[in-house]
Design a protein around this ligand. Structure first.
Ligand code: TYD
Ligand code: MG
Length: 469
């Protein structure tokens, strides 16, 4: 029997299969197996290669140069990348269509060109005329940016090799194709091959290559996950289309932290940096209302205040609904279970809706207590004091746990005019007994919070008796 000359490679996880199947049994993805020619040179690698110089080892503590950074001058972008773009690196910027990726990157190249850096913007989606019109709108049209509209990888690489710009934008990776491959443009094989070539170009030339990638409905960058593995950093640009806020979040970063966010506001002259996100997220919050709590959160190194809204309403029929926007639904189920079993509230036959105002997505466990406060406030139909911020993690036993950097959270709340905070007592090892910027109502259990909300039903929402420290 002749030996098989091809193998089937999963385009999602890279597993090699001997025969075709509809579903990759390694990662469970459907329709991802693609036939590839098997290497004809069957001799094992160690027998084929000639003896040569072995590799050299160095000490961990050896002297190495700091990575050179290109500071864009767009503060929020520099913050997320960890201090500026890195020469010789590849970066992927993902996001829903229309969220503002092209706008952000055109502004970035404009800002870099202004500092005398050489930059190239290659658009595979828009014509040269369209990009020029956008540049005029963004007031960067007079900057020396090399612009091209091209989708074929060959001419792009030849052009880039000749000019070796400091920063190259490829908008978007899904539109590129290479004639080295039989696959049709837009397929995962094409995306992977083109990304690989561009990453190699970045390493070889010392340019910083920024790839734009579209995101599929389930929130992943369309194309194989391997693109995420190939690049040095992955940034997501997110936000609700109906809101003007846009958040740039690092998903992976070999040269910086991954928990920083950059906040932008979409205006008719492009994206503007938001230097004080708390003020923006709390903007439009009227007087205190039932079911609303202000959470003093932390996004990376920066404290950010957001309003958490809850609504507990009788379920019309059938199974009660739990709907969450901007938070984890599993975490909501946990907070509801703790409220039921430790604090005597009942949500049977009630719908619970939770919303983080402003389109922000919160990942911190510190939001537990603020969520519980918003739910209790809605359940008892009484508003929390309007000058109160809440933060703390809840354990399954109903205890409230301290969270990191409460000083920074309290200081930010004080700056925005809040006058008290509810949180766990500070850990002893802090070694300080001042309450920082704000008086802290310290509580040890969730039951304590619920008791205070319940008491304010009789004593009035702002009563000092129910909200005493
Ligand atoms: P765009 O950058 O084209 O999004 P993406 O590249 O992620 O697909 O952004 C398009 C949206 O941004 C579009 O709906 C209009 C809006 N926009 C503004 O509000 N102001 C502006 O100055 C620009 C250029 C775009
Ligand atoms: Mg675009």
């Amino acid at each position: 029997m002749p030996k098989p000359t091809s193998v089937f490679v999963c385009q999602s996880c890279g597993t090699v299969h001997g025969k075709w199947a509809g579903r990759c049994d390694a990662c469970g993805e459907w329709n991802t197996l693609v036939e590839e020619a098997k290497s004809q040179n069957a001799a094992p690698a160690h027998k084929r290669r000639k003896k040569g110089r072995g590799m050299e080892f160095v000490d961990l503590g050896g002297v190495s140069r700091d990575v050179p950074r290109l500071v864009t001058g767009i503060g929020e972008l520099d913050r997320v990348t960890g201090g500026g773009l890195v020469s010789g690196s590849a970066l992927l910027v993902g996001g829903d269509p229309g969220i503002g990726k092209s706008t952000l990157l055109l502004q970035t190249v404009g800002a870099l060109a202004k500092q005398g850096k050489t930059v190239a913007y290659i658009s595979g989606e828009e014509s040269v005329g369209q990009v020029q019109r956008r540049a005029r709108r963004l007031l960067v049209s007079d900057q020396p940016v090399s612009l091209a509209s091209e989708t074929s990888l060959g001419p792009i690489l030849d052009g880039l090799m000749a000019s070796k710009p400091d920063v190259v934008i490829i908008d978007s990776i899904q539109t590129l194709w290479t004639d080295q491959l039989g696959a049709a443009p837009g397929t995962v094989a094409q995306v992977r091959a083109c990304a690989q070539e561009l990453v190699r170009f970045a390493k070889k030339s010392g340019s910083c290559v920024i790839l734009v990638g579209h995101v599929t409905k389930d929130g992943q960058i369309a194309g194989p996950r391997v693109v995420e593995h190939m690049v040095d950093a992955v940034l997501y640009f997110e936000g609700e289309r109906a809101h003007q806020f846009r958040i740039l979040r690092a998903h992976k970063n070999r040269f910086g932290p991954t928990d920083e966010i950059g906040v932008f506001e979409m205006r008719d002259t492009g994206l503007a940096e938001v230097l004080n996100p708390s003020a923006l997220f709390l903007d439009g919050r009227g007087d205190a209302s039932e079911g609303s709590a202000v959470f003093a959160g932390l996004e990376g190194s920066r404290p950010v205040l957001t309003e958490i809204q809850a609504l507990v309403a009788p379920a019309a029929f059938g199974t009660p609904r739990r709907a969450v926007v901007g938070w984890d639904s599993g975490r909501l189920a946990m907070v509801l279970a703790v409220l039921e079993s430790r604090c005597g509230l009942s949500f049977a036959g009630k719908d619970v809706y939770l919303n983080v105002a402003g389109g922000l997505r919160i990942n911190e466990p510190a939001a537990d207590l603020a969520v519980a406060a918003a739910i209790a406030s809605s359940a008892f139909d009484i508003s929390l004091p309007s000058d109160l911020v809440v933060f703390g993690e809840i354990s399954l036993s109903g205890d409230v746990r301290p969270v990191s950097r409460s000083d920074a959270r309290l200081k930010e709340a004080a700056k925005l005019g809040f006058e008290r905070a509810i949180a766990a007592p500070r850990p002893k090892r802090d070694g300080r007994n001042d309450n920082g910027a704000l008086p802290l109502i310290s509580i040890r259990s969730l039951r304590d919070l619920v008791r205070r909300v319940e008491a304010s039903v009789e004593q009035g929402p702002d009563s000092s008796a129910s909200w005493a420290a």
